[in-house]
Write a protein that binds this ligand. Structure first.
Ligand SMILES: [Zn+2]
Length: 266
């Protein structure tokens, strides 16, 4: 299984893309979120993930930095369907509240000759918390992260080899997720900024956490691989070094602070 990190930034970044990623195996691609706009097309192109090969997408929640790229994917894939350049169907998994949201925004912003495919070749698939679906040949269990900002789901996926990867969305791990996240080999977790800079970035009032807290969590849960994302970007190319320097004091597993377009074998 290859994990391609398409974006690593929080909502307001300009030099990186908003947080989204793609899991790929011989069965296909599973895209998670789409960032905030048209740049999803660029990062997919640069990662050599053709739109024609994307059939499964998961949308965690409604916020602008996760959802609007999805509108572009609906537009571009719908257009390819019209051109006879896309086979089969596109499935967009999300919690039930997002089906109306996506349908409405797409209906207001995309031509009818494209949106007519919604409900047919472009299927919005509502999932409930605790529900498991087979996606790219792997069981994927979705769960409500218990957000008080906007309803949001994360997921856990197990590869045929037994590797378990969990994604907590863009908010800190909530103990209500324990039954899904415990025993993970890989954890994808937000880190808004360094703990040392919490006074400057004020992550807690935005329902975010810091490198230190994400690392303490992964250490406590004994998760061997931790990927941090959804960060601020004031450190430029030194982000990895500075975040890892802070995190290593609290976490003794493999700590990754990837750049956009970085890939992992999991
Ligand atoms: Zn976000």
């Amino acid at each position: 299984m290859r994990l391609t990190i398409l974006g690593t930034g929080n909502a307001t970044v300009t030099k990186r893309y908003n947080t989204c990623f793609c899991l790929t195996n011989e069965e296909g691609h599973f895209l998670v979120d789409a960032g905030g706009g048209n740049r999803i097309l660029q990062v997919l192109e640069e990662s050599r993930i053709p739109l024609e090969e994307i059939h499964d997408i998961f949308l965690t929640h409604e916020h602008i930095d996760h959802l609007l790229g999805m509108i572009w994917l609906i537009r571009m894939i719908g257009q390819k369907i019209n051109q006879g350049k896309y086979e089969g169907e596109l499935r967009i998994y999300c919690h039930e509240g997002l089906v109306d949201t996506l349908t409405t925004i797409a209906g207001l912003t995309i031509q009818k000759k494209v949106t007519k495919h919604i409900g047919e070749r472009i299927r919005l698939v509502p999932v409930s918390s605790g529900e498991t679906r087979q996606i790219i040949g792997c069981p994927v269990t979705f769960f409500d992260i218990g957000s008080t900002k906007a309803r949001q789901f994360g997921f856990t996926l197990t590869t045929p080899e037994g590797t378990k990867l969990s994604c907590c969305g863009d908010e800190p791990y909530n103990p209500c997720e324990q039954q899904y996240v415990e025993g993970s080999d890989w954890l994808m977790h937000e880190a808004f900024c360094l703990y040392a800079q919490a006074d400057q970035f004020r992550p807690y009032e935005k329902h975010h956490s810091t490198v230190r807290e994400a690392c303490e969590l992964a250490q406590q849960m004994q998760i061997p691989n931790l990927i941090l994302y959804h960060t601020e970007e004031t450190h430029g190319s030194a982000r990895r070094e500075r975040y890892c320097a802070e995190g290593r004091a609290y976490y003794h597993g493999n700590l990754y602070v990837p750049e956009d377009l970085e890939t992992f074998e999991i």
